[in-house]
Design a protein around this ligand. Structure first.
Ligand code: FMN
Length: 375
């Protein structure tokens, strides 16, 4: 029997992937300012990483100005942003690649300096992030996290509409689908987890209520795209941005069981060993494996991410623990990652100092292993 590998084809919804080396969504904070529209440099970066039949998940993009919290991240709420993304998508398509957009609302991870009118960021409850990390502010400095304003029940429909509009905008930009960002301590995960959700209305309290917003947002994206062009990303055991459910299995089992019948393109889970990979090097051992826990529950295509080498990814796929693997940090540093993994070529090391913000350095200037070889 032939076991599948990173280089076996895979169907994710209507996308016929020719390999399973997925580019993870990666915030790089290099959009045009003040429009927050993607610019030619961003198109170049994605084009470098596009391969025929390969899937890129474009960086988290706020669905509305109030869902924004990092300088220079591209939005998906304005016409200029849609036009900027269209150029990115067209360039990726010209290489034969697929590209989904990750839809984002940061909730309490924002700061009033980013908010329209200097308002407080919104969240399920007025509970501030409490970690050693600080909030980013619009002038690039850091400050203590603020206590967010709890959304009124009547406002939640507006958040769902923000995601619906953004999903439509992503379609106008030509993307192949959208991924709902339900991970890493941002708004949708803030609603999921009891640590950040102290509500007493239908969006808080029991598991069913806490899962409601994620499911309603997912449905809004499905209304626009059809289910097989919508993915959902979860980090059940993550701790990013002061997240973390004391007992994740009942909550996330409920979520996954509710997502199962929808017919999504994929479910994308982050391994807890890499939680916080964006901010510091962590590689914990002896933590639960999200893909191992959720593979038996999830009935569709499963993408795993977090701390994978090519070898570990091939093992996970051959064992059936995941159908595809998304790579973050090593895809930043290796524009030709699929070919390097396929051929066993060595990898460029990544430079953490250039992850967030800047221009070409650490973005489009990582060398290809063999610039002259045919793609
Ligand atoms: C610079 C950087 C930016 C990231 N931005 C996002 C993001 O926009 N959305 C998201 O869901 N995860 C984000 N992550 C997490 C990655 O998608 C991925 O889950 C994490 O890096 C672990 O995978 P890796 O070990 O292959 O890097 C980011 C990580 C890094 C290093």
């Amino acid at each position: 029997m032939n076991f599948p590998s990173l280089f076996s084809p895979l169907d994710a919804g209507p996308c016929h992937l020719k390999h399973r080396v997925v580019m993870a969504p990666l915030t790089r904070m290099r959009a045009a300012r003040p429009s927050l529209a993607p610019r030619p440099l961003n198109a170049q970066y994605y084009t470098q990483r596009a391969t025929p039949g390969g899937l890129l998940i474009a960086e988290a993009s706020p669905v509305v100005a109030s869902g924004f919290g990092n300088p220079g991240v591209p939005g998906i709420w304005s016409e200029a942003q849609v036009a900027g993304w269209r150029a990115v998508v067209d360039a990726v398509h010209a290489r034969g690649g697929f590209i989904f957009l990750q839809l984002w609302h940061v909730g309490r991870v924002s700061h009033s300096s980013f908010q329209p009118g200097g308002a407080l960021p919104v969240a399920p409850s007025a509970v501030a992030i409490s970690t050693d990390f600080k909030a980013m502010t619009s002038d690039g400095k850091v400050a203590a996290y603020e206590t967010p304003r709890a959304l009124e029940t009547a406002e939640i429909a507006g958040i769902i509409e923000n995601f619906r509009t953004a999903a439509r905008n992503a379609m106008d930009a030509g993307f192949d689908g959208v991924e709902i960002h339900g991970a890493n301590g941002y708004l949708l995960e803030q609603f999921l987890q009891s640590r950040s959700n102290r509500r007493t209305d239908r969006y808080g309290g029991g598991i069913e209520n806490r899962a409601r917003l994620l499911l309603e947002v997912t449905q809004a994206a499905i209304d626009v795209w059809g289910a097989n062009r919508v993915g959902v990303r979860l980090s059940p055991y993550g701790i990013a941005n002061d997240s973390g459910e004391a007992d994740p299995m009942p909550l996330y089992t409920h979520v996954v069981e509710r997502l199962n019948p929808l017919g999504l393109a994929y479910l994308h889970v982050i391994e807890p060993r890499s939680s916080g990979a964006g901010r510091a090097e962590v590689n914990w051992q002896n933590v639960p494996s999200a893909m191992m826990l959720f593979r038996p529950i999830w009935k569709g295509v499963l993408i795993a991410a977090g701390g994978f080498t090519g070898e570990a990814a091939n093992e996970a796929i051959a064992a059936g623990h995941a159908d595809a693997v998304a790579f973050g940090r090593i895809f930043i540093a290796n524009p030709d990652l699929p070919r390097r993994l396929q051929r066993g070529w060595p990898l460029n090391p990544y430079n953490r100092a250039t992850f967030y913000g800047g221009e070409e350095a650490g973005y489009t200037d990582y060398p290809f292993y063999d610039e002259m070889a045919p793609a």
